[in-house]
Design a protein around this ligand. Structure first.
Ligand code: F6R
Length: 612
């Protein structure tokens, strides 16, 4: 949601900012804008629509500047239009601001400023903040840096901001609370961005700003203070990300690239953690917390969307192997109940972005009640990764397509490793099963390569169902969350209504929907539910539903019952989701492409949901 890019240094700021904003497009947005400062003063340019629309509008202009700020906006306060796009000017147009997040008490501040004669040109909370900063500069008689700190002391809400001053072409002031902000440090130049993707082309040295910190770049130097103006030592990290990981690499869409990357991304999730031949499995982040996990009375898993689905898969595996009760909760529900959390609860928070506002709030709540929180995040240095007591990164690499694919399988991989390691520690599985699982896990990347070979077959099936109006996905046991994930993938990128159900639940309502126009996707692999799922398929076929079945290779019975079959290799039952998910991702992808959808940036969606 919303993207920030800012630059001060010796390069042309405008093309650099536009390129950076394009790199952040995946986050989801509806308008964009830039502000540049040069000999002609501080100028703001903004437009509803894509960054390319802004670029087109400005193409005839000579936009030279070595300092500038840019923004992609995902509307919260006020509709998506040119007026509400960022940057926003202050009352006297001496300042310009870009902002991610929400200023919750903006209405009160706006009222007070209006009484003083301030006039606003947008419906946004952000414009109020920059007016407030300028007003404090004037009323207190202080510099911009102090005014920013004073304003932020009054503000309730979440923000990542960058402020630019018409009077100082060497200065950018940034601050963060609950919204991510990274500062890139180059040779006499500084970059600010919502994540590292706009920065890595120029420098790998970065500082992730912490909550309530203010970063000031002035005359080529960076200083970081807190809101009380106490100096903070910047922790400079070296990014491990490579530029090619955030480019399409010859694929038509990031989503397709990320689906095909899964043999590698899953191998990366396991790298250094598992040595199947030696029977070794170690998650570095978990080691110091293994006693706590092994002693836990209950495991609580929180997450949203696809990450919640990964949690449901993990529930099955933890309970099956480690015999500890598990509860999986939507973070958004958990945080607003009065959940019973005890000290002996072990909480696992799952998040690709590591910035999801509801998951972050759920962690803070569980922490305040004394639970141990373990993060399973993809984005290194993200807020959730820092807020948790410990964690294991999924190492899937940057996921740019809005629909989560490789991040999901990486989450399931890490959670599986945790469960197997815990089961071994608790002695709830035999040495033989432990060894067998490690070997099977190590084979997963190769088996995914095999599944990906069926892409053309999936494409043919997609062509038949491109114009379906509804879909039902059914699975049992560990494959029920796979059904949920398949349905979510389809609806978010193709806009076809799709529902996932436990297959047996169909009889309790959804069966009323079955007729010859209803495609039903079954995850019907040879596992402990096989006979039951065969009965469910027969129930659908008896009502003329059209069935696509994901089956285990070599199965000759289900193919005789259903309309279309996609085979996946045999594996241990608990690992089936890692294979069965892949054809469902491909099915959604091809249907969405055939319907002409914007697969990587589906409407209304944001990659990291930083508002609740
Ligand atoms: C679905 C999807 C979303 C996210 C959800 C949580 O494809 O991407 O449902 O899974 O918004 O996001 P993270 O994992 O970043 O916390």
């Amino acid at each position: 949601m919303c993207g920030i890019v800012a630059y001060v240094g010796h390069q042309e700021a405008y093309p650099l900012i536009i390129k950076g904003l394009k790199r952040l497009e995946y986050r989801g947005y509806d308008s964009s804008g830039v502000a540049l400062l040069n000999g002609e003063g501080l100028k703001v340019y903004k437009k509803k629509g894509k960054v390319a629309d802004l670029e087109n509008e400005l193409k005839a202009q000579e936009l030279h500047a070595t300092i500038g700020i840019g923004h992609t906006r995902w509307a919260t306060h006020g509709e998506p239009n040119d007026r509400n796009a960022h940057p926003h000017y202050s009352q006297n147009k001496k300042l310009a601001i870009i902002h991610n997040g929400i200023i919750e008490n903006y209405a009160v501040i706006k009222q007070a400023l209006a009484k003083k004669g301030h006039q606003f040109n947008s419906d946004t909370d952000t414009e109020v903040l920059v007016h407030f900063i300028e007003d404090l500069q004037e009323s207190v008689g202080c510099g911009l840096e102090e005014a920013v700190r004073l304003a932020l002391q009054e503000v309730v809400g979440a923000y990542a901001i960058v402020v630019m001053d018409a009077n100082d072409p060497t200065q950018l002031i940034a601050a963060r609370k609950s919204s991510p902000l990274v500062i890139g440090i180059g040779e006499n130049e500084y970059f600010f961005a919502s994540d590292a993707t706009p920065i890595i082309e120029y420098t790998k040295e970065v500082v992730y700003l912490d909550d309530n910190q203010v970063a000031v770049v002035k005359n080529g130097a960076l200083k970081i203070v807190n809101l009380a103006n106490e100096n903070q030592i910047p922790y400079v990290q070296t990014l491990e990300m490579e530029l090619e990981t955030i480019e399409k690499g010859g694929y038509e869409h990031f989503m397709l690239k990320e689906i095909f990357e899964q043999p590698r991304s899953i191998a990366d999730s396991m790298r250094g953690r598992i040595q199947a031949d030696e029977g070794e499995l170690q998650l570095g982040g978990l080691r110091p917390y293994m006693d706590k996990l092994a002693d836990a009375k209950r495991i609580l898993i929180v997450g949203c969307g696809t990450s919640w689905h990964a949690g449901l898969v993990a529930e099955y595996i933890f309970e099956e192997l480690a015999r500890i009760p598990v509860e999986v909760e939507y973070a958004s529900e958990f945080r607003y109940r009065n959940p019973i959390i005890k000290e002996k609860d072990f909480v696992i928070a799952i998040s690709q972005s590591g910035e999801t506002a509801d998951t972050l709030a759920a962690i803070q709540l569980a922490k305040s009640k004394g639970a141990t929180i373990f993060g399973v995040c993809n984005v290194v240095g993200s807020s959730i990764a820092r807020e948790t007591h410990a964690g294991s990164y999924t190492h899937a690499g940057p996921e740019i397509g809005v629909a989560s694919t490789k991040a999901f399988t990486a989450q399931v991989t890490v959670l599986t490793l945790m469960a197997v390691s815990l089961a071994k520690r608790r002695g709830t599985i035999s040495e033989e099963l432990y060894r067998q699982l490690l070997i099977e896990i190590a084979h997963i990347p190769r088996k995914i390569e095999q599944v990906l070979k069926a892409a053309d077959r999936v494409k043919e099936i997609a062509a038949i169902f491109t114009y379906a109006r509804n879909f039902i996905y059914l699975g049992r046991g560990i494959n029920f969350p796979v059904a949920l994930e398949g349905a979510l993938k389809l609806k978010e990128i193709s806009y076809i209504h799709a529902e996932g159900y436990p297959a047996a639940e169909m009889k309790h309502g959804p069966i009323a929907l079955i007729d010859e126009d209803m495609p039903v996707v079954f995850i019907a692999t040879k596992d402990s539910s096989y006979e039951k799922i065969v009965s469910n398929i027969q129930e659908v076929k008896a009502r003329k539903g059209r069935v696509i079945a994901i089956v285990t290779e070599g199965d000759s019975f289900i193919p005789s019952l259903v309309d279309f079959v996609i085979e996946i290799p045999k594996t241990h039952e608990i690992l089936t989701p890692l294979l069965a998910t892949i054809p469902l991702q491909l099915l959604s992808y091809y249907i969405a492409v055939m319907r002409g959808r914007n697969v990587d940036q589906p409407r209304n969606l944001a990659k990291s949901v930083t508002v609740e």
